[in-house]
Design a protein. Sequence first.
Length: 219
Amino acid sequence: MRLILLGLPGAGKGTQAKVLSERLGLLHISTGDMFRQAAAAGTELGNRAQDYMSRGELVPDEVTIGMLLERIAQPDAGQGIMLDGFPRTIPQAEALDVALSERGSPIDAVLYIQVPESDLMTRLTGRWTCPQCGAIYHVQASPPQTAGVCDNDQTQLTQRADDQPDTVKARLETNREWTEQLASYYGNASKLHAIDGTGDPAGITARLTSAIESVSAAG
Ligand code: AMP
């Protein structure tokens, strides 16, 4: 299957993509993670992306599309993919459609995780991540056993520059408009499934799973 998780920042795409991709045997592709890894490695792509990320802006399409298309052309993407954070613009969605239909393997479903924006501010500004293993914690919802330290490897947790309040506001502004554009793009293609993203993560996983099962049964 080829699935897309759509939603504003903080809607839970990353958390759900990790659980679901493992359960369904899909390759989890997060363009945000790819950019952060490239930035940490100090590559040319990473340095370029870092400027945009730290301002809460989108990395330009020509950079993002090239990186994503290269990734999905690799053999391990043949097992099926779960895209998290891509596409974020209509040109990205169009480029993805062209690349996948050339291979006869179009997107099966777009799962739109919906959360009220007031909840997103609270969620995003309390998020801390482990720079070593990528584990995600939240000061209220899922704190680590010891404050500020990763449960898995005892590494000091860090707050992403783009999870700080001023940047979060800017990210929500930028994201709102084209998240809606993408929702109507995939709605017109009859691929959109709206999922209630409030409540506990296990409940959200269950709602996503039943939507995926209904698509898979119909296909
Ligand atoms: P994320 O972890 O998905 O929230 O992504 C973090 C940052 O990476 C975003 O705020 C953007 O600056 C950049 N980014 C990730 N995915 C994309 C994309 N599909 N298009 C443009 N920029 C992206």
